[in-house]
Design a binder for this molecule. Structure first.
Ligand SMILES: Cc1cc2nc3c(=O)[nH]c(=O)nc-3n(C[C@H](O)[C@H](O)[C@H](O)COP(=O)(O)OP(=O)(O)OC[C@H]3O[C@@H](n4cnc5c(N)ncnc54)[C@H](O)[C@@H]3O)c2cc1C
Length: 472
């Protein structure tokens, strides 16, 4: 740590930052440093040279310019939930947007300008005061910065589409330090790239979102026994359900939670979240067939204010996990059997298969309209194993890989926001070939030196890219 605090270059960088930015500057040795360098996932024990918490776009521009001029690696952080640990760095600068949380809601126009340090939960709670909502993901503490730039698949995906389908404009500081106003008329190529291309193109300081009326909502958790048959039946129901209903099914051992009867603890369950964005009576009707699938082990589905759908989160929870994300079109009988068999055989403290039936509004947007292009996919499947001992990582990764191979049903397609640090071939799976090529060309225009490379990286103009391995 001392080499960072006493190094003359670092002293001069700290002085320059202190003179140029209004926001907080945290360096090794500060009492706040250890907390400030911690990200959501465990396993990323990195020590940035400096963490800057800008107060506005001008601060952001100063930090971007400093990183460009000094060559210090730049990590950009909104909510810190990167699966790949991209929002922290060893020896570089963390640009942590946590103090940029202004939100201006226009209830007449049904739009909101949101600074990107907000979390999905904070935004959702504030919008709900007007009976309005924009869809994000399944977890309140996820930052609106990362989730939006990757696409955003959540509780309103079938009714209103991805988060980016409600993105109307953005303010972005690009690699040259300029603040750009970006929408479908101003820098339309950049606006296209921001909607799915991740943090490759600059620092988004504010987003303008469309809001939807959401005065009534039915949602919550339904726990059903998991067998190959109940999983298949659940997916068929979710696919046939009205678009108001989006579901997330986690197949996993039942946790020893107070709402789970003791005799079910550790047994395989479908721990599902049901989310009906519409009138209460219709919502109860849409949920009824799921309740009838088997005798529910727990049934917490009820009319509720929309923000309550976000589960409470444990302070200081930093899991270490291996995972694999994929889009598929079918989960057939062999696949549901494989899910049950693999989960029963897992040696990880916690293993889970998450299945999200997609379709609806997300699928109606043309694939070429945004950089997120895998819109026709019927389902997203995520396989994950959470573990404690680093020496067990290889074994759990092998388990994840085996089950992922059993679930794959065609061309490899991935969701960029759930990718870990898995290499360029996997990043390419997040984009069809033509999308990747367009993204690489836009990257070349806005960030030719790849200043923004701590992300699911799209090399400028494809210069550093390896030859493509799989056809799409
Ligand atoms: C518990 C959990 C639940 C999740 N659930 C969902 C879900 O339901 N649906 C879903 O779609 N995704 C979900 N995700 C994935 C999530 O969308 C991504 O991990 C996302 O990148 C997290 O955003 P963040 O701002 O919190 O992360 P950060 O780690 O802060 O950022 C991730 C990356 O995004 C980029 N970035 C972030 N903010 C900015 C910005 N303002 N400007 C430029 N680049 C930026 C940077 O490249 C950064 O490395 C979940 C993740 C976790 C850990």
């Amino acid at each position: 740590m001392s080499y960072l605090t006493s190094d003359p270059t670092m002293i001069s960088i700290r002085r320059r930052l202190a003179a140029a930015v209004d926001g907080r500057i945290i360096t090794p040795g500060d009492a706040a440093y250890d907390r400030a360098r911690t990200v959501f996932y465990g396993g990323f024990d990195r020590r940035p040279a400096v963490i800057v918490r800008p107060t506005d776009a001008s601060d952001v521009s100063q930090v971007v310019s400093l990183a460009r001029e000094t060559g210090l690696e730049l990590a950009v952080r909104s909510g810190g939930h990167s699966v790949a640990g991209h929002s922290t760095t060893d020896g570089g600068i963390v640009l942590d947007l946590a103090d940029m949380t202004a939100l201006e809601i226009d209830p007449e126009q049904r739009t909101a300008w949101a600074q990107t340090g907000l979390t999905a939960g904070e935004y959702t709670t504030a919008a709900a005061a007007y009976g309005l909502a924009t869809g994000f993901g399944d977890t309140g503490s996820v930052g609106i910065g990362g989730i939006t730039l990757g696409g955003g698949i959540g509780y309103l995906v079938r009714k209103h589409g991805l988060t980016i389908d409600d993105l109307l404009a953005a303010e972005v500081v690009t690699a040259d330090g300029q603040l750009l106003q970006v929408d479908d008329r101003s820098h339309p190529d950049l606006f296209w790239a921001l909607r799915g291309g991740g943090g490759n193109f600059g620092v988004a300081t504010r987003f303008k979102f469309r809001l939807h009326e959401l005065a009534q909502f039915v949602g919550g958790m339904l726990l059903l026994p998991a067998t190959p048959d109940t999983i298949a039946a659940f997916l068929a129901l979710a696919d046939a359900a009205p678009e108001e209903l989006s579901t997330i099914a986690n197949i996993m051992p039942a946790p020893p939670a107070p709402f789970v009867p003791t005799e079910h603890h550790g047994r395989l369950v479908i721990m599902a979240t049901l989310a009906y964005a519409g009138a209460v009576e219709e919502g109860q009707g849409a949920v009824a067939p799921f309740r009838a699938l088997a005798t529910p082990i727990a049934d917490l589905v009820r009319p509720m204010p929309y923000p309550e759908i976000y589960p409470p989160e444990e302070e200081g929870f930093h899991p270490t996990a291996v995972s694999r994300t994929m889009f598929v079109d079918t989960v057939d009988r062999d696949a549901t059997e494989a899910i049950v068999e693999h989960l029963q055989a897992s040696t990880a403290p916690l293993s889970v298969v998450q299945l999200r039936v997609l379709g609806g509004a997300m699928a109606r947007v043309p694939a070429e309209a945004t950089a997120f292009a895998h819109r026709a996919s019927r389902l997203m499947a995520n396989v994950a194993a959470v573990y404690e001992r680093p020496e067990d990582a290889e074994e759990h990764q092998a388990w994840v890989d085996r089950l992922a191979a059993a679930l794959r049903d065609g061309d490899a397609r991935a969701y960029v926001n759930f990718l870990g640090d898995e290499g360029e071939a996997r990043i390419r799976e997040a984009y069809p070939r033509s999308t990747w090529e367009r993204l690489a060309a836009i990257k070349g225009g806005y960030d030719p030196t790849n200043l923004f490379h701590l992300n699911q990286n799209i090399p400028p103009n494809g210069e550093l890219a390896e030859p493509r391995r799989t056809a799409m």
